[in-house]
Design a protein around this ligand. Structure first.
Ligand SMILES: Cc1cc2nc3c(=O)[nH]c(=O)nc-3n(C[C@H](O)[C@H](O)[C@H](O)COP(=O)(O)O)c2cc1C
Length: 320
């Protein structure tokens, strides 16, 4: 059951993907997802250099013999990034799945495809999804308005984006944004998706390499406890509504420019807070799905629960 196209094409047992998460998607979490039958994706930019990424890929290979991917996030950053060096390491280490996000990955497509890498492009609109299909991406992960991180500027929810993407594209679509349990999983398949991508749900698991305070903050958050910031920069981000996020929001509403905001946006704040457990002094990407999250299970408990409950839901639906 649930042996969808993505399972066959990526050789995974369940169509459950753990999206790349800055500072979070490292071997501890991502190998656990792959070992539990899903697809774990480590985030290249969590590693300060391509050499560090190479070490992490080697660590992943020791921790799992199942397929895994590497996320390359092409968003504007405060420091210049040598993407080519990261891509070269991915190819050199023979990673076969890449998740691109944030911007058009066209520049890297030929190189990746020539090396038989399957490309999952994550985007937030149908027009960007169509473009990604045209340039040769293999899967689209479509991130609805509910999602953690960057939901884009259109504010269209997953309930609409997923079926619209499915009917607009020939390549398989992965539903992302707002999925956290078996109900969402079955709903995503009903909308025509080949699987689900989850960030916030995997963030609050035992294996996520972040301080327990951060995980508890996700568990304690309701669906109303996230906030959209950086809208004024057209780089909207959904984060936990904590002290820093409220400050940034207020500064933006008073017309603050990037130069003033920059010290508050530094990704290193996130890195530090994920270690220290301070839930108020960094921007913590968090989706509305936090409202559905009530526990901190292990990754295998989570995936097994989603699959077994999804089977029950499908049976219940049959009986209607
Ligand atoms: C803490 C955190 C960090 C994230 N960092 C990234 C990132 O660096 N690159 C990226 O493409 N997506 C990032 N995301 C987004 C996820 O990969 C995924 O697309 C999103 O969380 C899906 O929505 P959901 O949170 O409702 O499941 C992040 C999400 C979280 C929760």
């Amino acid at each position: 059951m649930f042996n969808t196209t993505i399972c066959k094409e990526l050789d995974i047992e369940y169509p459950i993907i753990q999206g790349g998460m800055m500072w979070v998607s490292k071997t501890e979490l991502s190998s656990a997802v792959s070992n539990a039958g899903g697809l774990g994706i480590i985030t290249a930019l969590s590693f300060g250099s391509s050499d560090e990424l190479r070490s992490e890929i080697k660590k992943m290979k020791m921790a799992t013999n199942k397929p895994f991917g590497v996320n390359i996030t092409l968003l504007p950053t405060l420091r210049p990034i040598n993407y080519d060096a990261y891509i070269d390491v991915i190819l050199d280490e023979e990673v076969k799945i890449v998740e691109t996000a944030g911007n058009n990955p066209e520049k890297y497509i030929v190189k990746l495809k020539d090396n038989n890498v399957k490309i999952i492009h994550k985007c937030t609109s149908i027009r960007h999804a169509k473009k990604a299909e045209n340039i040769g991406c293999d899967f689209i992960s479509i991130d609805g308005y509910e999602c953690a991180g960057h939901p884009g500027e259109d504010d269209v929810t997953s309930l609409l984006l997923v079926p619209l993407a499915v009917e607009s594209l020939k390549i398989p679509v992965i539903a992302s944004g707002g999925f956290a349990d078996a109900r969402g999983f079955v709903a995503a398949l009903a909308l025509g998706a080949t699987g689900v991508n989850m960030g916030t749900r995997f963030f609050a698991t035992k294996e996520a390499p972040v301080h327990d305070n951060i995980k508890k903050a996700i568990v304690n958050a309701s669906e109303r406890d996230t906030i959209l910031i950086l809208r004024t920069l057209k780089n909207t981000m959904r984060v936990l509504k904590n002290d820093l996020a409220k400050t940034v929001y207020e500064m933006e509403s008073k017309g603050a420019k990037l130069e003033e905001l920059a010290p508050l946006l530094s990704g290193l704040r996130g890195k530090e807070s994920f270690i220290s457990g301070n839930t108020n002094n960094s921007l913590i990407a968090c989706g509305m799905a936090a409202g559905l999250i009530k526990d901190i299970p292990s990754v295998s408990e989570l995936i097994e629960k989603i699959i077994s409950e999804a089977k029950s839901i499908v049976n219940q639906l049959h009986s209607l």
